[in-house]
Design a protein around this ligand. Structure first.
Ligand code: 8X3
Length: 256
């Protein structure tokens, strides 16, 4: 029988790559994002190749009441969620603490922390009741390292790390697996969002080396979810070969 995966932020980047990778692994999919038109296009793209059921939901996880309602109003068949991928998240701005825009901080806190909780709480309840499930939380190398101007983005990803650890403890008796994935530089819309479409700044982020692709991160997640039932992969950190950590990046490595 096919399993069901629920992916937030599935319209682009890592979320989209995962939707394709999970369809290949024979998962039925609940795809959520703010941009429903992109989800519907992705649904067509996937179903041209893979015989899986797909439900697309327009969901802004910052709207906690609506997110709860959408999840609670799923029919029983779709409520049997085996895999939750908490992928939706963003960085807004890259400024010194004293100069940052407080609205950027609110946006990151509302999405990366509150939004993740709004999805995880009702879904983990469903999983606990069925005594099965796997929650994969997208963190970042910023979840364990703090760099200049990273301030609240780093804080939200540190929160994701702590929330993942607490989920693992509290869901232990319910046999729900929890994995944190912490990527370094991935070439997605991430930097365009962080720098508010200042494409000169965006280009500089990925200059001189080969960043990860969304598919590389999806592959790490497929590894984590493909383990035997007695195994839990707690944490995966994945960076481009040219990146040792948040501080050391060799920009003299051209793509091969
Ligand atoms: C993305 C990686 O280094 O920009 O989360 O924080 S970094």
């Amino acid at each position: 029988m096919k399993k069901i995966a629920f992916i937030t932020g599935a319209s682009s980047g890592i979320g989209k790559a995962l939707a394709l990778a999970l369809a290949k692994e024979n998962y039925n999919l609940i795809l959520t994002a703010r941009r429903k038109n992109l989800l519907d296009e992705l649904k067509i793209e996937i179903q041209l190749v893979y015989p899986v059921e797909i439900l697309t939901l327009e969901m802004d996880i910052r709207d906690i009441t609506n997110t709860f309602e959408l999840i609670n109003s799923l029919d029983d068949w779709w409520k049997s969620i085996d895999l939750l991928i908490n992928n939706a998240g963003l960085a807004a701005g890259l400024d010194h603490f004293q100069d940052a825009d407080f609205n950027d901080w609110n946006t990151m806190i509302d999405t990366n922390i509150r939004g993740l909780l709004a999805v995880s709480q009702p879904v983990s309840k469903l999983m606990a009741a069925r005594r099965r499930g796997h929650i994969v939380n997208l963190s970042s190398i910023a979840g364990t390292q703090v760099y200049e101007k990273g301030n609240i983005y780093c804080a939200t990803k540190h929160a994701v790390e702590a929330i993942s650890k607490s989920m693992r403890i509290d869901l232990l008796k319910h046999r729900v697996r929890v994995t944190t994935i912490s990527p370094g530089a991935v070439e997605t819309e991430f930097s365009a969002v962080r720098f508010k479409k200042d494409m000169d700044r965006v280009k500089k982020v990925y200059e001189g080396y080969e960043p990860l692709k969304a598919q590389d991160v999806a592959a790490a997640i497929i590894y984590a979810i493909s383990q035997p039932v007695n195994v839990n992969i707690n944490y995966i950190e994945v960076t481009p070969l040219a990146q040792a950590n948040a501080f050391y990046l060799d920009r003299n490595q051209q793509a091969s």
